[in-house]
Design a binder for this molecule. Structure first.
Ligand SMILES: O=C(O)CCC(=O)C(=O)O
Ligand SMILES: [Fe+2]
Length: 352
């Protein structure tokens, strides 16, 4: 990606070394929990113990790792290989499937988080090859648009492997959604209906070595917008999570057998702030490239997000006003595409 231009430079308070981590004398060691899902292979197993662990993790961190999650390790290896092969193509080749302002899928090397450019290149594809979303961000405009994936010609197995991965990770996402519903004391299928025509997508992140890792971030601090993110990371490390209780940054230790799960804005709103959508960011380094693969489990465009009526009461009135998922999704995509003069949309804008 060459030199570190002005656009990448984080404000001093957001630079990676401003809140020291791994310096035992400053903060106590703490870590996001790891939850064993091996019971998923045994359908008669009582889910309450796991649901309790999930409830704790979602309240305290909004982040956890899962092991024995059922995603085939062979598939994971094939995805890793094909992703690395794709990013290894020439820039000219990759730009043949470059995203544009309207269609967010494809290759992009100028993504911005909160209007600062990220030190990364990405490839995005929808779970559903054609996905319906609002045509514009205008609240009154009810026109819809069909968004389609852009597939590169090389690597030759790319599309097939990507689609296989998306289908497998979707299965896990639905299982997690069920466990999260149960953990809230709700029926297991309470949230599934929001995902009938989902806008979910998979992202391949490539973070090249960075000449000035102390000034830039691979991804600037942000919360994921959707319901759940299922993230595969390699062994390099760099992901950091802000602890709910005090905002301190903690690294997520790479575990090649684990997947990282985090709660997005939708679940924070549905649970009326009981479950937490944590801020996280990615630090880069000057010697090693890093790859990661988030799956963003996103509802259908027509879903209106608001606190679930079962979870609010006179003592716990709704903390958020309703917002339409499709409009939020389209607005966020436009602002991530390039630097804008205005702040991008956040759930805090819908605080009641
Ligand atoms: O690369 C990572 O570990 C996390 C990336 C991330 O947070 C994102 O793409 O939303
Ligand atoms: Fe994220």
């Amino acid at each position: 990606m060459g030199d570190l231009g002005e656009a990448f430079i984080q404000a001093p308070e957001h630079r990676p070394n401003t809140h020291l981590i791994n310096s035992g004398d400053l903060i106590s060691p703490d870590e996001i929990p790891t939850i064993d899902l091996s019971f998923l292979g045994h359908p008669d197993h009582d889910k309450t113990a796991i649901a309790k662990e999930i409830a704790e993790a979602c309240q305290r961190w909004g982040f956890f790792q899962v092991v024995n999650h059922g995603l085939p390790s062979d598939l994971r290896r094939r995805v890793d290989e094909t992703m690395a092969e794709f990013f290894n193509l020439t820039t000219e080749e990759k730009r043949k499937v470059k995203r544009d302002e309207v269609n967010p899928m494809g290759y992009h090397d100028e993504e911005h988080t909160k209007n600062i450019r990220d030190w990364k290149e990405i490839f995005d594809y929808f779970l559903q090859d054609s996905t319906i979303a609002p045509a514009t961000t205008e609240p009154e405009d009810t026109d819809l648009r069909k968004l389609t994936n852009q597939w590169p010609q090389n690597p030759s197995q790319f599309r097939e492997i990507c689609q296989e991965y998306a289908r497998e990770v979707e299965k896990l996402a639905f299982k997690l959604l069920e466990l999260i519903s149960i953990s809230l004391g709700l029926p297991g299928d309470r949230l599934a209906g929001f995902f009938n025509d989902q806008t979910s997508f998979v992202r391949f992140n490539h973070y090249p070595p960075c000449p000035n890792p102390e000034l830039a971030l691979g991804v600037g601090r942000h919360k994921d917008a959707g319901a759940i993110t299922v993230l595969a990371q390699d062994s390099v490390g760099g992901l950091q999570v802000s602890r709910r209780s005090d905002g301190q940054w903690f690294p997520v230790t790479p575990n090649p057998d684990a997947l990282i799960i985090n709660i997005g804005n939708c679940i924070q709103v549905w649970t009326n702030d009981k479950y937490w959508s944590a801020e996280h960011r990615v630090v880069v380094n000057s010697s090693k490239e890093r790859f990661s693969i988030p799956f963003f489990f996103f509802p259908s465009h027509e879903v209106n997000i608001e606190p679930l009526e079962e979870l609010i009461s006179e003592d716990n009135p709704p903390c958020y006003k309703m917002y339409n998922w499709g409009k939020f999704f389209v607005s966020r995509n436009r602002s991530d595409y390039k630097k804008l003069e205005v702040e991008n949309i956040q759930i805090d804008h819908f605080k009641a």
